[in-house]
Design a protein around this ligand. Structure first.
Ligand SMILES: NC(=O)c1ccc[n+]([C@@H]2O[C@H](COP(=O)([O-])OP(=O)(O)OC[C@H]3O[C@@H](n4cnc5c(N)ncnc54)[C@H](OP(=O)(O)O)[C@@H]3O)[C@@H](O)[C@H]2O)c1
Length: 234
């Protein structure tokens, strides 16, 4: 029986590229994010490639909307898992960034990942199959200035994925973390400053890596994959 995959962050950048790279997936691809217009753009691109796809809007900061997203995906077809690419950052030094802004980033980039994981596993565990793919960042492995919230959340996301992997091994569920380096997505337009997009990874390369992770056969799992620009970081 075909199974569904939720893709968060599907309205933009890496999430959108992941959805398009997964066009060959035989079950429903559930595109999620907040922007209806941008999700529709991804859906149109996906339909060009595979003739179908579906959208379920959800704010990662809303427990109710996350629960509705997982329920809705399960109704389309048994949930295989997710590609969790939704997230955001607001950069600032520890001496200048208010704690509320810090906490909001932990909520978006870490707490929502746990909530989504917990919800998804309810149906996946009895079926004894599935795959959770977390889009992390090099910021989950090393630090950068003016990024304490983002770095802490991504380090936390690494810990979350590593611990969940141990929880679900016996249930035959795969857990993967992808660590992309700087990637030329809309992400950088949301930050202050000029950034050399041409020196970054292409979103299509990151999407292809997601498809590679999900297409491993049998019991093989890519537990961690670090994707860097050959010239290093900009
Ligand atoms: N770009 C990079 O250099 C880079 C490098 C390494 C890792 N990453 C990671 O890759 C992931 C995707 O980043 P990207 O480069 O694709 O960025 P992006 O183009 O800015 O996309 C971010 C996505 O997250 C969604 N999102 C943000 N806040 C949300 C919320 N409250 N609820 C639901 N969805 C929300 C956005 O959807 P809506 O706007 O529709 O809500 C959008 O689809 C992030 O986790 C990021 O940390 C990025």
């Amino acid at each position: 029986m075909s199974s569904s995959i939720i893709i968060t962050g599907a309205s933009s950048g890496i999430g959108r590229a992941s959805a398009l790279a997964l066009a060959g997936w035989d079950g429903p691809l559930i595109l999620s994010g907040r922007s209806s217009d941008r999700l529709q753009e991804t859906l149109d691109l996906l339909i060009e490639r595979r003739g179908r796809g579906s959208v379920c809007r959800a704010d990662l900061d809303s427990p109710e909307q996350l629960a509705a997203l997982v329920d809705w995906a399960e109704q389309q077809a048994p949930l295989h898992g997710f590609v969790h690419a939704g997230g955001g950052a607001e950069f600032g030094t520890a001496q200048s960034q208010p704690p509320e802004v810090w906490e909001a980033q932990i909520g978006l980039n870490l707490n929502a990942a746990y909530r989504l994981t917990h919800l998804a596993l309810q149906g996946m565990i009895p079926r004894k199959q599935g795959h959770l793919v977390y889009v992390n960042s090099v910021a989950g492995l090393r630090s950068f200035p003016a990024s304490s919230a983002y770095v802490a959340a991504k380090h936390g996301l690494k810990g979350l994925a590593d611990a969940v992997r141990e929880d679900v091994r016996e249930h035959d569920i795969k857990v993967s973390t992808l660590y992309p380096g700087a990637t030329a997505s809309e992400w950088w337009q949301k930050q202050e400053g000029d950034f050399p997009l041409q020196e970054m990874l292409e979103v299509e390369a990151v999407g292809a890596a997601v498809a590679y992770i999900l297409n491993q056969v049998g019991q093989t799992v890519v537990e961690e994959l670090l994707l860097r620009h050959q010239r290093g970081d900009f």
